[in-house]
Design a binder for this molecule. Structure first.
Ligand code: ATP
Length: 592
């Protein structure tokens, strides 16, 4: 398959922000892809070579890429850097330089092969080698490998090669858009999306889902099952603000568990291997050697996938510590060893998703609990939650008080009906979070994505005065603005903001950001911040919930302030959704 087919499709997708058009272009690309390449093409459209959970980063440093461009074009590095400074994107820079190149009088470069000869196989294999090259002499090897690709590429191809290799492809193809296209191309139509989504939720692997549907058809997709080593996309909670509402929603009865304030971990345990995945499905095994060890002793089955919350405990008192403490367990290998001592943690398990070869996603909550209790023997570092079956609001409020007293954020109350399956990748009312919050404020914090910034003035000269924050709209897979955030940052953080966001700066508004406000700087939606606000109000300037509550108006957070919590455990599409914001707005109307 020619790489130009991919490059052409990228160019068309880049030129549109309409999801339907983007889907059509993807359908064309997938249909034209030979069967044996479908998995690779799936990853490439995501700017990757493997599923995210493999943790294999292609990210080649810009310096190296510039060296490769210089070698491939015979241009001086300074010329490339100058052009890059003007254009702002290295991919567009190489494209422009290559387009101008034939007219450059001193051009010495002899094309080794005629242009347009690059194949997807060659590109993928070279990227793969680049990603796996390390150690002595690796810089040179990487530069040479990329040089060869650029020499063979057309200007447009080179643009996408460079963007991919630097981790900046950013076509903005959401997972669901991809699955829609796959359903149309190979599933017989859009209705196949549901089954494809189920397979994706079980495996978090678009390449594998693509290969399965292409090779085994929808039958193969329906046979899809949970596998050790492939993270399952997490089930999430809806929120309600009173014990009565929670119980009514659950049909009068539910299982209440403490809501621990830590890092969510999905543990895949087999005799050969123990892997730990974060809420974002990154492999974080190396950060928690103590948890691995504790699981090795605590699991009384051959193989399991269990889920829980990892919380830091005070080494002196044994008290649970807030979320911020456990996030300090990041670092290099030798640092981790020290941190294991300094920041002890426990893992409190709340679900079992797979036991000895049997997937449990379709089993009801109480059945999954039985498994959890059977397969886990608690020890110093591994515990399980102790649910209380509640039927009365008073019981819930008392349990809430004890949760807060024990250092928890509140409760998660879970449906115990027969249909209380594990809804992988979905936020629903089978799990409801109920937090103790101040009545005068918004009932919950929001996790919002930074999509832009405004230049600071006066005391804030040289840094940002405010950030433009957005919620995530699952239907359109777009980020919709909901407030400007300028409060709650300490001076040190404020001063650091431009450098923190440097690598996310984009030269124009990102295709998946919908904003009526013109920011001074635009970012690729990446960072998620927790904010608290006084209330939600209707707003003509924001796009979150536009037309949903009132025609012509969106929703805005009033008096937002940063809580100090960087939600690095959340990817941008894990941010608070527009639907949730609308729900909170409606709940607020009922409270006042
Ligand atoms: P929040 O910011 O409120 O933690 P979230 O968006 O990260 O929410 P939600 O699904 O809304 O995720 O809330 C549930 C989260 O609470 C889970 O992701 C998990 O990390 C955590 N949690 C703590 N204790 C429990 C429990 N007993 N059962 C389920 N989830 C729990």
């Amino acid at each position: 398959m020619k790489y130009s087919s991919i490059a052409d499709a990228y160019a068309k997708m880049e030129a549109t922000s309409k999801r339907l058009e983007m889907t059509d272009y993807l359908v064309e690309l997938l249909t034209e892809t030979p069967k044996e390449l479908i998995g690779k093409v799936a990853y490439l459209t995501q700017g990757a070579l493997y599923p995210d959970f493999e943790g294999i980063e292609l990210g080649m440093a810009e310096k190296m890429v510039i060296a490769a461009i210089a070698k491939a074009t015979d241009l001086k590095k300074e010329v490339i850097v100058d052009a890059w400074k003007q254009i702002g994107d290295l991919g567009s820079t190489v494209e422009k330089l290559l387009r101008e190149k034939p007219s450059t009088p001193n051009a010495k470069t002899v094309k080794l092969t005629p242009r347009q000869s690059l194949t997807v196989e060659a590109v993928y294999d070279t990227f793969d080698r680049i990603a796996h090259t390390g150690g002595k002499g690796s810089v040179e090897r990487k530069v040479n490998a990329l040089t060869r690709l650029i020499v063979e590429a057309t200007a447009e191809e080179a643009k996408y090669l460079v963007r991919t290799v630097t981790g900046r492809l950013r076509l903005g193809i959401g997972d669901m858009t991809f699955l829609d296209a796959l359903a149309i191309a190979y599933g017989g139509g859009k209705t196949a999306r549901k089954d494809l989504e189920r397979a994706y939720n079980m495996s978090s692997d678009l390449g594998l889902v693509s290969e399965t549907v292409v090779k085994e058809g929808m039958e193969g997709i329906r046979r899809f099952h949970v596998q050790l080593g492939r993270p399952i996309r997490p089930m999430l909670c809806e929120r309600l603000t009173s014990a009565e509402a929670v119980l009514t929603k659950l049909g009068g009865k539910g299982a209440a568990e403490y809501k621990y304030d830590g890092l969510r971990i999905q543990a895949h345990v087999s005799p050969e291997e123990i892997s730990l995945f974060s809420r974002r499905l990154e492999n974080i095994t190396t950060q928690f050697p103590d948890v691995r060890k504790a699981l090795k002793h605590g699991v009384k089955a051959e193989s399991v996938i269990v889920e829980g919350e990892c919380i830091a405990v005070d080494p002196d008192t044994g008290d649970l510590q807030p979320f911020q403490v456990v996030t300090q367990r990041r670092g290099r290998k030798h640092e981790i060893r020290k941190k294991v001592e300094e920041i002890p943690v426990i893992l409190v398990l709340f679900d079992a998703l797979f036991v000895d070869g049997a997937g449990l996603l379709d089993a009801p909550y109480l059945r999954r609990r039985e498994y959890l209790e059977q397969v886990i023997e608690e020890n110093g570092n591994v515990k399980i939650t102790h649910p209380l079956i509640v039927t009365e609001p008073k019981q819930l409020d008392e349990f809430m008080a004890s949760a807060v007293e024990n250092g928890c954020e509140g409760l998660v109350i879970k449906s115990i009906r027969e249909d209380s399956v594990y809804q992988a990748g979905a936020r629903g009312f089978l799990w409801i979070k109920y937090k103790r919050e101040y009545r005068s404020e918004l009932v919950d914090t929001l996790d919002l994505v930074v999509v832009g910034a405004f230049a600071g003035r006066g005391r804030r000269g040289g840094t940002y005065g405010a950030l433009l924050m957005a919620a995530y709209d699952e239907d359109s897979e777009a980020f919709k603005t909901v407030c400007k955030l300028g409060t709650g940052f300490d001076d040190a953080t404020l001063a650091k903001l431009p450098s923190l966001f440097k690598e996310h700066v984009a030269d124009h508004v990102h295709p998946r950001v919908e904003s009526k406000i013109e920011a001074d700087y635009w970012f690729v939606p990446t960072k998620v911040l927790e904010i608290r606000g006084a209330e939600l109000t209707l707003s003509p300037s924001h796009t979150c919930g536009l037309d949903l509550v009132k025609v012509g108006a969106g929703l805005a957070v009033r008096f937002p302030r940063f809580t100090g919590r960087w939600r690095d455990d959340k990817a941008p599409h894990d941010a608070t959704t527009v639907k949730e914001v609308v729900g909170m707005y409606k709940a607020q109307l009922k409270t006042f």
